[in-house]
Design a protein around this ligand. Structure first.
Ligand code: ZN
Length: 138
């Protein structure tokens, strides 16, 4: 297979397996520390705030806002050629953590810092569901 035509599939590890399983159900889950209450993303084996190891998966609201973004106008490979232009953003989730994702907008020039967002899931034929975001009406 021509690798230039193959999208990058996220690796599923012991730390991320539950996360990707929840994405398959179209639920965005993040980790919450049972010792200090901090929510974190991406998945880790310990809390980034207190180093506690008692972490529980909780369903995030799926709401957030644009913290920063860039617009990709030149595809990184042929596999993404049909998708340009697209937005890559740092999304600040309502629960606190920041995650990198795509924001799906009709016109990429509509994207703004602080834009309210909600999660949507893109089911890839490769068998993985990718969380992305779209503008949210407030
Ligand atoms: Zn903690």
């Amino acid at each position: 297979m021509n690798e230039m035509l193959t999208r990058n599939i996220p690796p599923i590890t012991a730390e991320t397996a539950e996360y990707w399983a929840s994405c398959a159900r179209h639920e965005l889950q993040i980790q919450r520390c049972l010792e200090c209450g901090t929510c974190q993303f991406f998945p880790r084996i310990m809390c980034t705030a207190c180093s506690g190891k008692s972490l529980r998966w909780v369903r995030a609201s799926g709401r957030g806002q644009v913290k920063s973004f860039t617009i990709v106008r030149r595809a990184v490979s042929e596999a993404y050629a049909a998708e340009v232009p697209y937005v890559v953003a740092l999304v600040e989730l309502e629960e606190g953590p920041t995650m990198m994702s795509n924001v799906v907008v009709g016109n990429v020039d509509e994207i703004r810092i602080g834009m309210p967002l909600e999660v949507v899931f893109d089911d890839w034929p490769e068998g993985v569901s990718i969380p992305k975001f779209k503008p949210r009406m407030v």
